[in-house]
Design a protein. Structure first.
Length: 350
């Protein structure tokens, strides 16, 4: 594998990021990550390769974070921290993503026990990362985030105690009181951080209620809840930004993406993308989702989907980025769903 080529991809991504083209920057960083992963090389065996892989991955996580794609950001940071457990960028970005998920509207009901438990778990994950980060380097922003999360965690634990008296045992009650006293005295968080980090290392617990494995399940549940909310929403995207935000939620979950494709009115594509190119990556993800999950009774609908996508802005530019092998996949799919000849021509398959 040519490291110079991957380095150039990283610089291209950095340039796009500086131009605030986050979506294109993310694509560039993802391409770099994919090249390294598909090479079959163990990044830990090559110092330069490892450094480049971690840079690409943390940059990609930042792009997702800034686009409110927190599930994706967390998954990327998880991969980084398996290779480099003390990676400060991954710790900080995972903490911010977990905090953002905890504060999302999905868990805003103060009387919903399940939402409070998930919120507590997400804040606990964020807190654990920030506590570890605070022991690795002095950073004012980290301390501010940590102070905020400690206070919010106390509020949540009190709310949980009020809703479910069985939630906390005596040990947990003592910890809540301890945290409240720390806030009242405005004590130095650094001591609390060190003590907490030792506890985390001893029992591999992120909080009193969630192990690492359970928190991964919490993150998955958060995605499932968000997906359900989007799929059950009656309103459709009104512009490209809304469409892309919703689409990006499903791009790593082809089954949910297929449901999203079926949910949308087929003319949404040419309406929303009347002045902007339809992303070729989206077209390929739609192809993949349909190939994996389509049913015969959906074929007429799918033909309409592709007919409307071809009417998007400068669709020929989109097709120029599709490879020969990918066009073969489109051709095979079109034959399966019974697409008319003019659709084959529109996609330059004849």
């Amino acid at each position: 594998m040519d490291l110079k080529q991957v380095e150039q991809i990283k610089e291209q991504g950095n340039s796009l990021f500086k131009q605030k083209d986050l979506k294109s920057a993310a694509i560039a960083f993802q391409n770099g990550v994919d090249l390294i992963e598909k090479s079959g090389q163990n990044v830990s065996d090559n110092k330069d390769l490892k450094t480049l892989y971690l840079q690409l991955s943390t940059n990609l996580a930042l792009c997702h974070l800034n686009q409110n794609q927190h599930f994706e950001a967390i998954q990327i940071c998880n991969k980084v921290l398996k290779i480099d457990p003390d990676n400060t960028k991954a710790l900080y970005r995972r903490a911010l993503s977990n905090k953002a998920q905890a504060e999302s509207q999905l868990y805003s009901d103060p009387k919903d026990l399940e939402s409070l438990r998930i919120k507590d778990g997400l804040f606990s994950q964020a807190r654990a990362d920030l506590e570890k980060l605070n022991t690795l380097e002095e950073n004012k922003a980290v301390k501010q985030e940590l102070s905020y999360i400690v206070k919010e965690s106390v509020k949540i634990k009190i709310a949980l105690k009020n809703l479910d008296p069985t939630y906390q045992n005596e040990k947990k009650k003592q910890e809540v009181e301890e945290e409240k006293q720390n806030q009242d005295k405005d004590s130095d968080i650094q001591e609390v951080v060190i003590n907490k980090s030792k506890k985390n290392n001893e029992n591999l617990k992120i909080s009193q209620n969630f192990t690492l494995q359970e928190l991964n399940e919490v993150t998955k549940n958060a995605f499932d809840k968000m997906a359900e909310q989007i799929l059950s929403r009656k309103e459709n995207p009104q512009n490209t930004f809304q469409y892309e935000q919703e689409f990006d939620t499903f791009k790593k979950h082809s089954d949910k993406l297929y449901l999203y494709i079926k949910k949308l009115p087929t003319d949404i594509y040419k309406k929303v993308f009347s002045k902007k190119d339809y992303p070729p990556t989206y077209l390929l993800l739609i192809l993949d989702a349909i190939n994996k999950h389509s049913k015969q009774e959906d074929y007429p609908l799918l033909v309409e989907v592709f007919q409307n996508i071809k009417d998007t802005y400068k669709f020929n530019m989109c097709l120029m980025q599709i490879t020969k092998d990918e066009k073969k996949s489109f051709s095979n799919l079109f034959k399966t769903i019974g697409a008319p000849e003019d659709l084959f021509k529109s996609y330059k398959l004849l």
